[in-house]
Design a protein around this ligand. Structure first.
Ligand SMILES: [Zn+2]
Length: 56
């Protein structure tokens, strides 16, 4: 059993949606498609317009 932290860290930037698609990030609801939100530990922010939302 390996419990290397790297094995999971690799996936920290990604998530899989309900249909099994790889989701790289969320786009800004204000700026629209093409502008991705920066995902932080407890929030996500847009560097362009300043949009901020808490992550679940
Ligand atoms: Zn924005």
């Amino acid at each position: 059993m390996s419990d290397s932290p790297n094995a999971h860290a690799k996936w920290s930037k990604y998530k899989i949606d309900d249909e099994g698609n790889l989701v790289r990030g969320e786009t800004c609801p204000t700026c629209g498609p093409g502008v991705f939100l920066a995902i932080h530990k407890d929030r996500k922010t847009c560097g362009k317009c300043g949009f901020t939302a808490p992550t679940p």
